[in-house]
Design a protein around this ligand. Sequence first.
Ligand SMILES: C[C@@](CO)(OP(=O)(O)O)[C@H](O)COP(=O)(O)OP(=O)(O)OC[C@H]1O[C@@H](n2ccc(N)nc2=O)[C@H](O)[C@@H]1O
Ligand SMILES: Nc1ncnc2c1ncn2[C@@H]1O[C@H](COP(=O)(O)OP(=O)(O)O)[C@@H](O)[C@H]1O
Length: 284
Amino acid sequence: MKIYEKAPAKINLMLDVLHKRPDGYHEVEMIMTMVDLADRLEMSALPRDTIIISSQAGYIPLDEKNLAFQAAKLIKERYNVRSGVYIHLDKKIPVAAGLAGGSSDAAATLRGLNRLWGLNISGEELKKLGAELGSDVPFCVTGGTALATGRGEVLTPLPNPPQCWVVLAKLPINVSTAEVYGRYRNERIEKHPSAERMRAALESRSFPEVCRELGNVLESVTLHMHPEVAHLKETMLRLGADGVLMSGSGPTVFGLVSKEAKVSRIYNGLRGFCKEVYAVRLLT
Ligand SMILES: C[C@@](CO)(OP(=O)(O)O)[C@H](O)COP(=O)(O)OP(=O)(O)OC[C@H]1O[C@@H](n2ccc(N)nc2=O)[C@H](O)[C@@H]1O
Ligand SMILES: Nc1ncnc2c1ncn2[C@@H]1O[C@H](COP(=O)(O)OP(=O)(O)O)[C@@H](O)[C@H]1O
């Protein structure tokens, strides 16, 4: 039997950092949603007690460093599963981009193996397992749109944003999430984004208000280290995007666009100097 799971990318509509915790993580307030840019996972049972990962992407680890491997190992150990699994990852989400590709693969592995091995693990339990793998994994288990607090694992469902186009652009820069959080300083932020106001914008289903409330305090770190990301943001706005923001710790920048007619202009304008550009819909 083969099980297929889709692992979509997330974007952060707002991200605020409250303070650093004694455990080294940062207390955050984020509103996240999914976009229709997804990895695809194929899982099949193996008679031998082993986990094998393959991928068409040459640039991700295929051993125990892979988050899908870690998810499979965790579920096997916790539920005493003796059979093995072969997982093929068809990677479409750019890696280390602020789009939670690895986290979404881990979440899809948890969902898929729950089905493959008939374990009947509840959604709540899958989220708890996910939190052991990474702060963004619990959100990726359920998807939709949510307010994430704590270190990202405490979730409150919210209404989806009004449907629109999302243009994503990633410069060939590597950004480490740990380094960005490590360099973050609260006192450098003039105006923090507001989870309350973004929530109100989502509840009133107002696209202009969603665009107005976009904000991410981690931009203060990544844009300082890589000024070309700020240039990318400006270009996207100039080309006509309705709202523009860096996702997560970056470096991917996304633009929200309501009118389809504008999308190809923005896409083509960006392709001039950025190789990785995607035009997708929100996953609502
Ligand atoms: C910034 C965000 C925004 O959605 O996403 P990405 O840019 O990674 O996609 C997340 O907070 C990232 O979540 P995730 O990528 O799962 O992080 P983890 O693996 O749990 O942690 C990686 C490292 O980031 C730091 N970290 C992460 C989360 C958090 N709330 N505080 C932190 O300080 C810690 O140094 C940790 O060792
Ligand atoms: N299945 C996976 N897909 C992508 N990256 C993975 C995976 N497993 C482990 N990684 C590693 O996780 C790191 C973060 O990748 P990713 O989740 O794509 O980024 P981000 O946290 O910025 O959204 C990368 O350094 C990558 O090598």
